[in-house]
Design a protein around this ligand. Structure first.
Ligand code: CAO
Length: 416
């Protein structure tokens, strides 16, 4: 079966993480993604945090698989001419330059629309159009701070904390991919393209909506019963950092298992789901708690939740995190081992599903990457290695009608 996005041509004018994560996803699903890069250097991540001298860094290879690379200096007339031709025959242009960079190159939305009325122009910026910070350049952690994630992450007695998960970058790219697919669907009906814009601040905030829920609850009642500050600590007028507390109606916490003294990840996440109280009591050998009025309701447990976690930790002290989960899963208790990256890299289930996958790269050899987290019944997602800088320049130019002589002249004009 052909890939779902086969026939969709995407000019990938993206760099670093937010934009490349979006276009990589679309490439996996069959779009022809042509990454346009500056001659000589290309995407800055090719050389950032290198582990092998002169070989594209993993930062680049893990965000640019399944793409083609075209080197083009789009500030020079020759480069602008190629980009113009490409725009005329492509479906989507994706960019995540600093504010105004595409306009300064001469490719405003109005101009692109004139060249190709069906074109979808998709952009990532730090802040949305018209925002008082719209001129700011933004990286991951800046967005996490601006979008409400940092102020609500970490522990009460510590500073605002950013997450290791790329809430600002890859998450914004995923939002953009949804926007692009929506615009493509709309174009099928109207024939018209449109501008799709996603800001990193908005994308972070979209994932922090339960914290805005909590702000409004706090404003109304002055406390948040699922936070560790309740009922013995103090609340101010802003949502506090809740440590490892569960964000919904089920209290949870990270609990120590056997070996925690030496292994930084010898922990499980344990959830006390209301209707699982009886199985929890049975699993941890505290059956007397099952019908004890001091414990049997969520409300009764609230003020001693950390004493209960301490008892569970005592039960866990002679079990590894994997042994503990193997016992608790039989009781239908929502829990998981805290997985290290090393354990994830070697996890047989993640390997079998293709979520962790080994890819071949021309210069680096084999490396691990995260494959598609989206699984289809009729589509197999095959991950191929990222392109070398300019690997497909001649091929793309030839497809645009450039002769061998013209291609050589273009190389000479763009030499760095
Ligand atoms: N040929 C010629 N010029 C090129 C080019 C090419 N192929 N590709 C890029 N350029 C130029 C741009 O036109 C721009 O030129 P001017 O500033 O002179 O107009 C210049 O390169 C720099 O682009 P930039 O502002 O995007 O790059 P930066 O390194 O200064 O900033 C970043 C990087 C990420 C902070 C900024 O791009 C940004 O804020 N992007 C939007 C938000 C975003 O996506 N951030 C997430 C990045 S992932 O952490």
């Amino acid at each position: 079966m052909s890939k779902p996005l086969e026939g969709i041509k995407i000019i990938d004018f993206t760099h670093v993480q937010a934009g490349p994560a979006c276009t990589q996803l679309l490439a996996w699903f069959g779009a022809d993604v042509i990454k346009v890069e500056r001659p000589g250097s290309g995407d800055v991540t090719r050389s950032q945090l290198r582990d092998i001298p002169d070989v594209d860094a993993l930062y680049f290879t893990m965000l640019n698989s399944n793409k083609r690379s075209l080197t083009l200096d789009t500030k020079k007339p020759e480069g602008k001419e190629v980009l113009t031709k490409l725009i005329k025959e492509s479906d989507v242009l994706v960019e995540n330059f600093g504010p105004g960079a595409l306009d300064r190159m001469g490719f405003t939305w109005e101009h692109i629309r004139e060249l190709n009325p069906g074109m979808i122009v998709a952009s990532v910026k730090g802040f949305s159009d018209g925002h008082h910070y719209e001129d700011l350049k933004v990286y991951e952690n800046v967005a996490q701070c601006a979008g409400g994630a940092a102020s609500t992450t970490g522990f009460d007695d510590g500073p605002p904390t950013v997450s290791a998960a790329a809430l600002g970058d890859s998450n914004t790219g995923m939002h953009l991919a949804i926007g692009i697919l929506t615009a493509l669907h709309a174009r099928n009906k109207t024939g018209k393209g449109q501008k799709v814009a996603v800001s990193m601040q908005d994308s972070v905030l979209n994932l922090c909506r339960v914290k805005l829920r909590d702000q409004q609850r706090l404003d109304r009642i002055g406390y948040l019963e699922e936070y560790p500050q309740y009922p013995h600590g103090k609340f101010s007028d802003v949502v506090p950092r809740g440590g490892n507390a569960g964000g919904g109606g089920q209290p949870g916490w990270v609990l120590k298992c056997k070996g925690w003294e030496t292994d930084p990840n010898a922990y499980i996440y344990f959830t006390i789901q209301g209707h699982a109280w009886a199985p929890i009591c049975k699993a941890i050998g505290k059956e007397e708690w099952t019908n004890d009025p001091a414990y049997m309701t969520a409300q009764a447990r609230q003020d001693k939740i950390f004493d209960i976690f301490a008892v569970i930790e005592d039960w866990l002290k002679d079990k590894t995190k994997f042994e503990a989960v193997d016992i608790l899963r039989k009781f239908d208790i929502p829990c998981a081992p805290v997985m290290s990256m090393k354990e994830i890299a070697n996890d047989p289930s993640l390997r079998a599903s293709g979520t962790i996958t080994e890819v071949d790269h021309k210069a680096r050899g084999k490396y691990l990457t995260v494959g598609s987290p989206i699984k289809f019944s009729e589509t197999t997602v095959e991950i191929t290695g990222s392109p070398l800088l300019g690997e497909h320049t001649d091929e793309v130019l030839a497809s645009l009608g450039y002769s061998a002589q013209q291609i050589a002249a273009l190389h000479a004009a763009q030499a760095v």
